[in-house]
Design a protein around this ligand. Structure first.
Ligand code: SF4
Ligand code: SF4
Length: 304
């Protein structure tokens, strides 16, 4: 079981935003949703992919010369561009770059390898009522690995949090939930068509899974990404609040206002940032949404 491998793109230590206390967050690569506002676009594809960190690039040309596909060109100012249509993901450019300006995002790791890293901080988890969060991408998209990792952590007496879109089959949930102490559960939109247009998947399985997890008595913290023009209208927030309060009266809802912090990563993956220059929601609309959740008896916390 310890040798089950997962595709991981980051382990963030000393995290305070992904669950209670001080935590380490293990980010798995691959997600069945494709939200255009995603601030971790490197998490979306389920395979390792090239990522160029242009701030490190000195345009020495070693990667350009090494590429058998002539897939790399220079940007005008700084950094490189990779033609993903031509790229064979051979890794020659990664080997050639001495500046760590181009590298693979996503690495296979065993459960034992992850444990070795995250258990170093056990003292912080214990002193802060923290633990480990498994996030993504979508952790439920790598069910064997996620189950094995969470089980091993629980056997170590560590508090576990699953941070999820909720989009998975019931079999997958049943495999994983026995090892989960807390679920961070995203609810994006109450209208399935609108949900599907933006994320690529309908919301019915997500809402069903929410009811299912709540019915098992596993604590849930709801998270609502608050995206102008997508889900920030009063009607949708009302319906979201009605849904959550009917299933889990008085529960906590984290409202996550849209931001553009991940925008630069799209360029480094040679992808277009389709949200463009859309601004973060203004304080007034965020406060109005908070008031709606509170009107339904929910505890709403706006995240910075
Ligand atoms: S990515 Fe690396 S090898 Fe390529 S031009 Fe930049 S510094 Fe040189
Ligand atoms: S990984 Fe792609 S861009 Fe890099 S050298 Fe190979 S073909 Fe060229």
């Amino acid at each position: 079981m310890d040798d089950v491998k997962g595709l991981v793109f980051n382990i963030q230590r000393y995290s305070i935003d992904d669950g209670p206390g001080i935590r380490s967050t293990v980010f798995l690569k691959g997600c069945p949703l494709s939200c255009p506002w995603c601030s971790n676009p490197e998490s979306q594809s389920g395979v390792p992919e090239l990522f160029h960190r242009d701030i490190n690039c000195v345009q020495c040309g070693r990667c350009v010369a090494a590429c058998p596909q002539q897939a790399i060109s220079f940007k005008e100012e700084k950094g490189i561009r990779i033609d993903r249509e031509k790229c064979l993901v051979c890794g020659q450019c990664v080997s050639e770059c001495t500046r760590n300006a181009v590298h693979f995002m996503g690495e296979e790791k065993t459960v034992s390898e992850i444990l070795k890293v995250v258990l170093r901080d056990r003292v912080y988890y214990e002193s802060s009522d923290g633990g480990i969060t498994v996030s993504g991408g979508e952790a439920l998209a790598q069910p064997e690995f996620t189950a094995a990792l969470l089980k091993a952590l629980r056997e170590e007496g560590i508090h576990t949090c699953l941070d999820t879109t909720g989009y998975a089959t019931r079999d997958v949930l049943d495999m994983i939930l026995p090892y989960v102490s807390l679920v961070y559960f995203d609810i994006k939109h109450m209208d399935s068509e609108t949900h599907k247009r933006a994320t690529g998947v309908p919301n019915e399985p997500i809402l069903d899974n929410f009811r299912y997890i709540a019915g098992l008595g596993i604590p849930i913290t709801v998270r609502v990404p608050f995206i102008p023009g997508f889900n920030d209208d009063d009607e949708n927030i009302e319906k979201t609040a009605e849904f959550v309060s009917a299933v889990l009266p008085g529960n906590e809802v984290g409202l996550l206002p849209y931001h553009r912090y991940g925008m630069g990563k799209y360029d480094e993956l040679d992808r277009e940032y389709v949200m463009g220059d859309m601004d973060a929601p203004d304080a007034g609309s965020t406060e109005r949404a908070k008031a709606i959740f509170e009107k339904h008896g929910l505890k709403c916390i706006v995240k910075g």
